[in-house]
Design a binder for this molecule. Structure first.
Ligand SMILES: Nc1nc2c(ncn2[C@@H]2O[C@H](COP(=O)(O)OP(=O)(O)OP(=O)(O)O)[C@@H](O)[C@H]2O)c(=O)[nH]1
Ligand SMILES: [Mg+2]
Length: 310
């Protein structure tokens, strides 16, 4: 390495920061806002994120690998257990942890308990209080924070709105200060450490979360069976993606398909449009709905639909 390169490397910073918190507080939305790009699946329903995913924010000075995680909750089946293992292991060997909460919501005992566990890890913590756009009275901000700051002793506290873009620069700055010196881990143009196949599954699942209600979104898994890109097959003019939507019961299959196939058509159209934007090719998308009774409760079925830990 030349002297110049060495200097450049040592003045740069890079590291891993994991975002954790209760379901639906806005972790994935915060990552999309930080990256200025929609990379992670977001929905109004809790437990949207099922796997930990590394998302990457690169600037001239630093590279932050931000790990999105499933919302922390008491698991009720095998899928929930899988999600919690994903979140727990994402907190190991990282440079900092961001604990995300919601403004104006009183912290419960459960949140305090999570905070205590995080504090015991001995890793620097940033406390993000998201959704401040919803606060009607500024006084509520502190009133509802409760004991959490005493428990976490955060190195930074950032009131934020991922939705309205309030304090995003402050958050970028505060998090970058928690990064150690070191050269970049990923090429600067990489936004996510994952495959296009996984992204396609996430996009379809997100649309199902948006377009179905109650137990249905939680009972769904998406498995891409075929993924052909012009990158690999230059003779193709478009990407060809065939995916199975797995549900737990026959009734749910009817709901996902909808009257005269209308719901499935909407899921397909919305997914295709987002994929075209993300992947940069015209997309041919075929969706099939299949029933696998109780897949969320079976380790074997979970593995078959792709929920295995590497
Ligand atoms: N009003 C408001 N809503 C927000 C904000 N950030 C996120 N949301 C909404 O909160 C809901 C949950 O957002 P997500 O980003 O999916 O939350 P999450 O913490 O990743 O949820 P899980 O993956 O289920 O743990 C969505 O409807 C978002 O649009 C915010 O700053 N203000
Ligand atoms: Mg999420």
């Amino acid at each position: 390495m030349t002297e110049n390169k060495k200097n450049e490397a040592s003045s740069r910073r890079s590291g891993f920061i994991t975002l954790v918190g209760r379901p639906n507080v806005g972790k994935s939305s915060i990552i999309n806002a930080l990256l200025r790009e929609k990379v992670a699946a977001v929905s109004s329903k809790p437990q949207t994120t099922r796997r930990s995913v590394r998302c990457i924010l690169s600037t001239d000075e630093y590279q932050m690998v931000i790990v999105d995680t499933p919302g922390l909750h008491e698991p009720r089946h095998e899928l929930g257990e899988f999600m919690m293992r994903e979140a727990e292991s994402a907190m190991e060997r990282v440079d900092a942890i961001c604990f995300v909460t919601e403004a104006g919501k009183r912290m419960g005992a459960e949140e305090d308990e999570i905070a205590r566990r995080i504090a015991r890890l001995g890793i620097p913590v940033a406390l993000i209080v998201n959704k401040v756009d919803r606060l009607r009275d500024k006084e509520d901000f502190w009133r509802y924070l409760g004991d959490i700051t005493d428990i976490l002793k955060p190195a930074a506290l950032v009131p934020l709105s991922a939705k309205e873009g309030i304090n995003l620069d402050v958050l970028r700055h505060e998090l970058s200060r928690l990064l150690p010196e070191g050269d970049f881990i990923y090429p600067e143009d990489v936004l996510m450490d994952t495959t296009e196949r996984f992204l396609a599954e996430e996009i379809i699942r997100e649309k199902i979360f948006e377009l179905t209600e109650q137990e249905v979104p939680h009972s769904v898994a998406v498995v891409v069976e075929e993924f052909k890109s012009p990158d690999e097959y230059p003779e193709l003019k478009r990407m060809e993606i065939r995916a199975n939507i797995i549900v737990e019961r026959a009734g749910q299959k009817g709901i996902v398909i909808g009257e005269r196939g209308a719901k499935l058509k909407s899921i397909g159209t919305d997914s295709r449009l987002e994929m075209e934007r993300r992947f940069g090719y015209p997309i041919f998308l075929q969706l099939w709905v299949k029933v696998k009774p109780g897949w969320r409760k079976s380790k074997l079925e979970m593995e078959r639909v792709g929920y295995t830990r590497g």
